[in-house]
Every structure is written in C-alpha cells, then in structure tokens.
Design a protein around this ligand. Sequence first.
Ligand code: PLP
Length: 477
Amino acid sequence: MTQRRPIVDALIEFQNKQPISFHVPGHKHGILSGLPQEIQSALQYDVTELAGLDDLHYPEEAINEAQLLLAEAYGAKRSFLLVNGSTVGNLAMIHAACREGDVVIVQRNSHKSIFHALELAHVRPVYVSPQWDEESMTAAAVPLKAVEEAIKAYPKAKAIVLTYPNYYGMVSYELTAIISLCHEHGIVVLVDEAHGAHFQAGAPFPVSSLSLGADVVVQSAHKTLPAMTMGSFLHIGSERVDAKRIQKYLRMFQSSSPSYLILASLDDARSYLQNYSQPDMRMFNEKRERFLSSLRMIPHLTVVESDDPLKIMLRVAHHSGYQFKQMLEKTGVHVELADLYQVLLILPLMKQWHAYPFAEIRSRLKEAVQLLEGEARKDMRVQVKTVSQVTVPELSFEEIDLTDQEWVPYTQVIGRIAAGMVIPYPPGIPLMVAGEKWTLAKVEELMNYLASDAQIQGDHRLASKELPVLQHEITRA
Ligand SMILES: Cc1ncc(COP(=O)(O)O)c(C=O)c1O
C-alpha cells in the first residue's frame, strides 16, 4: 500500500519555501483574512496553479499522479478528482455518455443533479421506479424486472442512470444482473454512488458498483471519507464511455480555479481508504457492534441496520423522526437526516487510533428519548403504494421550457401537464415530474399522502392548495 499523497506533499513542499504571494487568491496566504485563526492559518495552503502544483484541467505532475493512484485504489480504468461535488460528476457522466435526443433509462428517485443533467443534455428520459422496502422504510432499488420492461419498450436506449446505494445505505442485490442485461443491449451503465465512496474498504461494506461492472461511477468522497465538502471522485470502468468526453465536460462544468484544499483532502482521503487495514476494520466492527448493543438497551428505541454498516436508522415508538431529531439537537447530537419514521446516523469510518465518544453519545440519545416522552405522540404510518413501473413524460424538457406555466387549485389539475416535481416523503419517489399528465389516480394519491402526514417536497404551493401546470399543451405534428 502506498503512503504517497502527491498533492499534499506538493503543497507542503511549496509552503516550506516561504513563498510570497503576488497572485490570486486575494487573501494572500490568509494574511488579509479576518476569519477565525484556525481558518486563517489553513488558508496558507489555499493556493492556485503555481510552479510545482500542477493544473487540475491539464494535469501532468502531482494531480496527475494523485489521479493515477486513485484509479489504482478503486480498480478503475481512469479516475478524476472533482472539486464541485458529485453534482458535477453526474453532469459530466451524462453529457459524456449521451447525445441530444438519446433515450436514457433513469431511476425515478434520482438526485436533482441527475434531473438537471438530463435537461441540460437534451435527452429523453424513461423513468423506472424503485421498490419500497418495508424494513428500512425507504425507497430502495430499482428491480431487474422494471429494467427488463424498460429495455423491452425502449430497446434503443443509450444509457441507464442508477443510484447505488440509496441515502440510507440500502443496495440492490440485482445490480450485477442489471448491468449484464444493459451491456447485452449496448446500454451504458452510469451509477450515482454518492453514498458509497467508502465501499472500497471491503467487507462488511457492500461491493462498489464499479467492481460489479458499471461504466461510470460518481462518488461523494466528502460524504463518508475524510474529505472536505465538495470533494468527489469520478471513475471510468470500461471503454464504453470516452474518457476524453468526460474530461471535456469536467473542464466545462468545473471551476477554472479549483480549490487546492479540496484537492489535497481528496488525495488524503484516497490514501486513508487505501491504507484501511484489516485491524482497522476489526476495530470498527467491534466498536460499532458495542455501540449498537448499548443503544438496543434504551427503552422505546429501535435500531435498524442498513446494508451499509456505516449507516444506522433509529426509531422511537409513537414519535416521528422529525420529533426525535429536534430532541437530539437539544442534546447537541446532529444526525444526517430525519424522515417520518426515523433518523439516520452516519458513523465515522474510524481507524484503530481514533476515539469517538460513544458512551457520551449513548447517554445523550437516551436523554433525547426520555425528553420525547413529554411530547405529544404522533402515530404515523403513511400508506406507501409503489408499483414498479416504467413511465415517460408527455413533453420533452425543451417543450416544457418553451411553455408558460400557471398555478391552479389542485382539484383542477386533472388532464393538465405538470410544470414541476411533486415528491412525497415517504416514499421520496416523485409522484409527478415535469411534463407528466395529472390523472385522477395521481391526484387521489397526492390527497392520501397529504392526509397521512407525508411531507411534500418539490414545486408546489400546497399550503394554498395550488400546483403548477403548463398553460397550454403543445400539439405535436
Ligand atoms: C444520491 C446523491 N447524488 C448526488 C448528490 C450530490 O452530491 P454532492 O453534494 O457531492 O454534489 C447527493 C447529495 O446529497 C446525493 O444524495
């Protein structure tokens, strides 16, 4: 295992020469900064493309070596460091793999960056719905059956875009079969693996989709590895997508002044993962097991494990995840998210020498659960009915863009084309996406969700009972 961290080393070497700045950024190694001392001193490393520091967009030295090491660590044909999050990785992979007008099969509950990429790339999406998983109470994975159905209906599809794992760490056990099926039909597999950058540490973590044969995989290193916010990776797994096109779009979509702090933190995160040893893993498992066992002793608290051991869900009987989150915040514990049923915790991917105050955390969790006893009970159970289905919008992104929209009472939307998304949580799967037609069944489904305490995200003014629709329909020749 290499201990090399070329970008980190290049920055240290540069700094050791006590350089004088007559260049950007304007804080001049932090001297002019009024930020707290700790941040100010970190700014001495916030430099730009100076001698010995390479260039992210045309890498030949330290950044090139860091990217080669990254590809080696993940077993990729080629890897890229991203300074604009998985958001930019998703934009680049879809633009690189598809041309205007291409049919693309897309997991319906994708992250917004995927929807933005589809719109910007002028492709034609075919949506496939994921299944609802009763155990984790989350929208889990798209079933193989739905992908088969989509390919049968759209055999000329160019690419498929999947999310693996979901936010809660649930993975698809059919992904290998889905990838093989897509490849048999000449369909490129693009995976948003924003929540799986740490899978490469090995069992008991799930296997990365890159190892399962995906063609392009994007990971938010900042979510689960020790990288700075916005630091992400993009890996190319095959020749099915042209690396030059990926690079072209990354040059277009990423800043021309990439942050060296983010780049160095990505270099460090890759090294951290590559040197994650068996003893580290053993210690992580032991500490995690002990922590979970101690939580299981807290009355009224339910611990739900995910496919990804870094994620755990906690539920308190008769109380919503939102209520629990609020109480936890009163005790100074901040979780990743709350939904109607539970809160989600992301555990630290610790090494042997790291300490985390698990005993203290347990006692604060217990306190929060006790505080909840004084709160009004909220017995919540949304009837989630997700059927695996393949859907296409009535109108293309361009047609939607060319048409004005108006707000109408939601009782009057039947037969009209939606001008925005409506996403009930749970299940977190869009009920409507822009360009789809409101039907009586869809309106009834929305009413059910509203009546059962689901939170409705997206483009709506449901507080005043209004939804956006297109003003008039474009009639196609
Ligand atoms: C599934 C998924 N994809 C992509 C993103 C965007 O990642 P980033 O914040 O690294 O741009 C997120 C962010 O939460 C996400 O959850």
